[in-house]
Design a protein around this ligand. Structure first.
Ligand code: BGC
Length: 374
């Protein structure tokens, strides 16, 4: 049975391409969740809180995880919060009132959930942070995500690998993700650790001056709410103000696909055409619109996070929690939420370019060839 309001059908295959090996995992003992040691999954309720339906990835994440948990015999409630923090808190509070065994939460604002999670804790409900860490509370039991620093590092390394074909110095415009999303600083740090030395050595220059002096300065170029429109107007402003007299931008560091969509629009509006002279433009998520842009030459790469592998891992962790078994984690040092280091399972992200869309995204079943007009 599904008690959820917004449940959508699982639309992706069950096979995890990037199966993670048990060999690299360690485990922690989980106390049985609310209601004592469960003898089986049957009948237990699991709450799933997702940030928004407006981005393709969260729809896929939510529907896939929901489908897996149902298949395992759980009841589920799946809610999307339209990127509104208060709405998400209310949804989680409503879930807590229904006494789920476990809450799986992809937080909109990583620091806003402490009070509602205190209520969850008082009822013995376990909490798994999904994709994004929840900060400032001891009431988050586990975290599962992709290696967020590595995502940024892959973007930075990709840009570095393209510099030999670009003017020296190449004109770079860096962007960062939403300041309230804990992942965004990891993405930026991974990329900036590769790119800042190149800015310092003069191989890259940032005509807009929006070049954070250190990783910690990233929020100054953060795009609130990961909005495509906001990224588009920011890019338009930079192009109008700093790229006059024939100056061209050669590289844009975009932390994800929603920003890259807006940036590509701004480039198009300013007359940039796919082909030689079109800037190197990064992304993340392998959203369909962006894969189509990669095919069309309007985006250079994306960092693919096969959300099925995250769903598989989280569903397994939920099951282990409910059954009072050891819970798989493979990182117990990287994710300090300000109160404690949260035991984490990290999955590997993968670069996708035009050349490997078929071998990575289609052959794995993430997309059908027909979805991409191939
Ligand atoms: C996720 C990214 C996503 C971004 C915007 C981040 O927390 O890790 O995959 O692009 O949020 O929704």
């Amino acid at each position: 049975m599904n008690r959820g309001v917004t449940t959508v059908l699982a639309g992706v295959g069950a096979v995890a391409l990037l199966a993670t090996t048990a060999a690299c995992s360690s485990s922690r003992e989980a106390a049985p969740a609310a209601g004592g040691a469960a003898t089986g999954a049957s009948g237990s309720l699991i709450g799933i809180a997702m940030p928004t339906k407006s981005l393709e990835r969260w729809n896929k994440d939510g529907s896939y995880l929901d489908g897996l948990l149902k298949k395992a015999g759980y009841e589920t409630t799946l809610q999307y919060a339209d990127n509104k923090v208060d709405q998400q808190i209310t949804q989680i509070q409503n879930m807590v009132n229904q006494n789920p065994k476990v809450l799986v939460i992809a937080a909109i604002n990583g620091t806003a959930l402490a009070p509602v999670l205190a209520t969850a804790k008082s009822k013995g409900i376990k909490v798994v942070a999904y994709d994004r860490l929840i900060n400032g509370t001891e009431n988050v039991d586990y975290y599962a995500t992709f290696d967020n620093y590595k995502v940024g590092q892959l973007q930075g390394e990709y840009i570095k690998s393209k510099l030999s074909g670009l003017p020296k110095p190449a004109n770079l415009e860096p962007f960062a993700g939403s300041p309230d999303d804990n992942n965004a600083k990891f993405f930026f740090s991974g990329a900036w650790d590769v790119l800042l030395p190149l800015v310092k050595s003069g191989e890259l220059t940032v005509p807009s001056g929006k070049s954070p002096a250190s990783n910690a300065d990233w929020t100054k170029i953060g795009i609130q709410g990961w909005g495509s429109d906001t990224a588009q107007s920011e890019m338009q402003n930079r192009l109008n103000s700093f790229y006059t007299g024939g100056k061209k931008v050669n590289v844009v560091l975009s932390p994800n696909d929603s920003l890259a969509l807006g940036i590509a629009q701004a480039l198009e509006g300013a007359g940039y055409k796919p082909g030689p002279g079109y800037p190197v433009l990064t992304g993340q998520d392998a959203d369909k619109a962006n894969v189509l842009n990669i095919i069309a030459g309007k985006q250079s790469m994306t960092v693919w996070k096969d959300t099925r592998t995250l769903g598989d891992q989280v569903s397994k962790m939920v099951d282990q929690i409910v059954k009072g078994q050891k819970v798989d984690v493979n990182d117990e040092k990287s994710y300090n939420n300000g109160i404690k280091v949260v035991p984490t399972y990290l999955l590997p992200p993968v670069v996708v370019t035009k050349d490997d869309i078929k071998s990575k995204l289609i052959d794995s079943g993430f997309y059908k060839a027909s979805d991409l007009g191939m």
